[in-house]
Structures are given as structure tokens and as C-alpha cells.
Design a binder for this molecule. Sequence first.
Ligand code: CP
Length: 307
Amino acid sequence: MSFEGRDILTTEDLSREDILKIMKVASKMEEIVQQVHISDLLSDKMVAVIFLEPSTRTRLSFETAVHRLGAKFVTIADPKSSSTQKGESLADTARTVAGYVDCIVIRQPQKGGAKIVADAVNIPVINGGDGAGQHPTQALLDLYTIQKEKGTLEGLKVAMVGDLKFGRTVHSLSYALAPFNPEYVYCSPEELKMPEGILKDMGARGIKYTETGDIREALQADILYMTRIQRERFENPADYERLKNSFILTKKLVEAGKENITIMHPLPRVNEIATDVDSLPNAAYFRQAHNGVYVRMALLAMVLGRA
Ligand code: CP
């Protein structure tokens, strides 16, 4: 049950108890931020924040989390500035950095790349997004947001809309919420459906799900989780151009949907949520982004043995 020294690479192997513990610690972190703003819980710790793909929320909320815990960090925020550009392998980069710090947070474009890093080092590794694979810390902050917005994680109907093939957040979310008896509506264009392996895993876990291409079905859920069509994952730019506007959520559509439906999005959005949705009380996506700091504080404190 202890998280000390543990890697956070995927949500597939997190139990219900693990997730509830993370939610509890995140809530404690939120209290700490409100009370003292900066704590000294990790004042003797160093964290490497390595981002070899673009990011605003994940990198900055991890860096904020490090500051708020009183720790220090070193960072690679631009892949062009690291020796990976000279051909250094991910494993060698990891082995080198592990000699400097107590924990590594990494985002990079290769599915499974975070595991390569974790296998190369003896310090905890947190996956900040591995290509079209997983984004576990996003899913955990999504759950924290759901708990705050809905008062429970239990028995919710959750619709995931957009690029379910390449969108790593919906892969992680499907597994993370699975221990809480959800029902899923997977809404996507035919070419961007949820990968077969994840559907099989959901079936094996007894999760009820439906697939659709009609956003009006998704609007009957408790949570509408919108995602961006992932331009950077397409081999053929023409395919992206054809699919990029598959779903555009408007205020009118939300108002025709289930009463009190909560609208979430991992962000960044491009144009899949019209800005007239932002002023609705249902629009939780900026609150969701803010919750990332508390969840990432919790994960850092837990894997470093202080919570
Ligand atoms: N949600 C998310 O991962 O955002 P960034 O790409 O800005 O980190």
C-alpha cells in the first residue's frame, strides 16, 4: 500500500485503494496550499522535470507542486536543448539524471518510453505523458476533479469524446475510473475509436460501454470529457484536416444535454469546445487544470515517502 519508491507509469495497475489514498492526500495538499502556500515537506529533495514534448499544464503544475512542497527542481523544457538531440538514448539520459535527483518526471513522444526510463533507474519515475500511450497524472487529477464536482466517483456515466485512438488522457481515465463502477460512452469518428486492447480490458473488468459517433448520445452522460484531435500524431496531415472539426461542443448543445452535466477537457482545446460554453457552471475544465497542482503534490510526496 505504501507508495514510497513507486513509479507512476500507467493507471492500469492502480487499485481502488491506491486511488482513494491519492485523492485523500491530494485533498490534504489542497488544504496545505490554502493554509501555508509553501510547505517544507520535501525541502531536502530534488526533482528532474524532463519534457521532450510541448506542455503548459503538466510541466508548470509539476514545477509549481515542487515549489509548494519546498523542493528544488532541474528541468529540460525544450528537447532541442538536451543531449537527446545528439542521439543520446532515453535510458542513458535517465541514468545520468538519476545521479542528480531523487525523482524524475518525464514526458516524451514514445509509447512505453516512461517505462524505459523507470527500468534504467532506481529512483521513482512519474510519467507525464508517453506519446499516444498513457497520461496517468492527468487521469488522477481528472478523478480528483470529478470527486469535487460530483461529490463521488461511484457509478457515473462518463462520455469521452474526440480522438480516442491517440488521446492518452482517455486511455488513462478509462482504467483509473474502472474500479468505481462507471459506464462509458466512447464517442469518436470511425478512424479514431478507442484501441481494441483497451476495450477488451474494459470488457474483462465488467465495465459497460457503448461506442457512438453521435455527440448527442454523449450529452446524456453525467460527465462529458471532450478531447482535442491530436494533430501531432497523424502521419497524413490531410487526415487531420478532414477530422479536426468532427465534434464542436456549443452552449446550445450543452443546454440540450443532461441537466447538470459536467464538461471536462484535459486542455489544450483547439476548437472542440466553443468559448460560449466557458461561462456555464457546467464548464469544469479550468478548475480541472488547477487541481493538477494538488494531485501532483500528492504524488511527489507519496513516491518520495513523505505522505
Ligand atoms: N493536459 C495536458 O497534458 O496539458 P499540457 O500538454 O499543456 O501539459
